[in-house]
Design a protein around this ligand. Structure first.
Ligand code: CP
Length: 305
């Protein structure tokens, strides 16, 4: 594996290897603190980010490496009209590995063809976010001890939520997974996910609108933000943005063993009162993002402890 553009490029065995490596990094950080000495990660963020960019940077520093990059494309020569291909070809002269976020779907794939160094997709438009998926899988594995035999509910903006698309694709390959897809009709998962992934592989799923009715069945509840930046029409966003707000009251019928995830940022869809509930693990999920990215950087740079 030279790049990570789509989570489906990784087999479940490769994902498990990364999870196991991340668990070892968590237990033995000192063992890994120098493995990337002399290596440089470039973070090229053409779209805003807090967790993804900073966890990549923290991951590289945690491995003893260095970081260059930009968090606002206006400060790069993109603003003078430079193409993605020329930008990454240039950055590939200065860095050993690139993590790139871009609003255009497919831009990291294009970048990977001319960078000359490994490229990691850190989110492309409404398409994919494979390192968030790795973070989510590590989080679920740490909580449940398995990635099999789980009922997973996705709630909110399932149309534009790229983390949802990547996680459904990835989890479809594990035994005994069932999905409950909770959204307003306008924000249902794209049809290709239903036909090419769920129906093609006979994965049980339901598309519903009620979070409360689904709650008792869930092992995992994956809440999402309505993605304002992907709407063409502000009025539609305003109408849909507060369709689901998770409050302590709505968790009354949930399992004791439920795990509540959210890729964050949160806007209004989870009340802060839920943060105190031990089932709310979205800030543990944030922390896991650093460790799985450390494992991924090591894999792509072919370095070992
Ligand atoms: N989850 C996630 O991608 O967060 P950021 O947009 O802050 O990177």
């Amino acid at each position: 594996m030279n790049n990570l553009i789509d989570i489906m490029e990784m087999s479940t065995e490769e994902i498990q290897e990364l999870i196991d490596k991340a668990l070892d990094i968590i237990d033995n950080p000192q063992k890994y603190s120098d493995v990337c000495r002399g290596k440089i990660l470039a973070t090229l963020f053409f779209e805003p980010s807090t967790r993804t960019r900073l966890s990549f940077e923290s991951a590289m520093y945690g491995l003893g490496g260095n970081v260059i990059g930009f968090s606002d494309s206006k400060s790069s020569s993109t603003s003078k009209g430079e193409s993605v291909s020329d930008t990454v070809r240039t950055v590939g002269c200065y860095a050993d590995i690139i993590a790139m976020r871009h609003p255009k779907e497919g831009a990291p794939l294009v970048a990977s063809r001319s960078a000359g160094v490994p490229v990691i997709n850190a989110g492309d438009g409404g398409h994919n976010h494979p390192t968030q998926t790795l973070t989510d899988l590590l989080t679920i594995y740490r909580e449940k001890g398995t990635l099999e035999n789980l009922t997973v509910g996705f709630c909110g903006d399932l149309k534009f939520g790229r983390t949802v698309h990547s996680l459904i694709s990835a989890m479809s390959r594990y035994k005994g997974i069932r999905f409950i897809l909770i959204s307003p009709e306008e924000l249902q998962v794209p049809r290709y996910i239903i036909t090419d992934i769920l129906e093609k592989n006979n994965i049980p799923y339901e598309e519903v609108t009620s979070l409360e009715d689904s709650m008792p069945k869930l092992d995992i509840l994956y809440m999402t933000r309505v993605q304002r930046e992907r709407f063409f029409n502000e009025a539609d966003y305003m109408r849909l943005k507060d369709t689901y707000i998770l409050t302590p009251d709505k968790l009354r019928n949930a399992k004791e063993s439920l795990s509540i995830l959210h890729p964050l940022p949160r806007v209004n869809e989870i009340s802060v009162a839920v943060d105190k509930d031990p089932r709310a693990i979205y800030f543990k999920q944030v922390a896991n993002g650093k460790y799985i990215r450390m494992a991924l950087i090591m894999k792509l740079l072919e370095v070992n402890a």
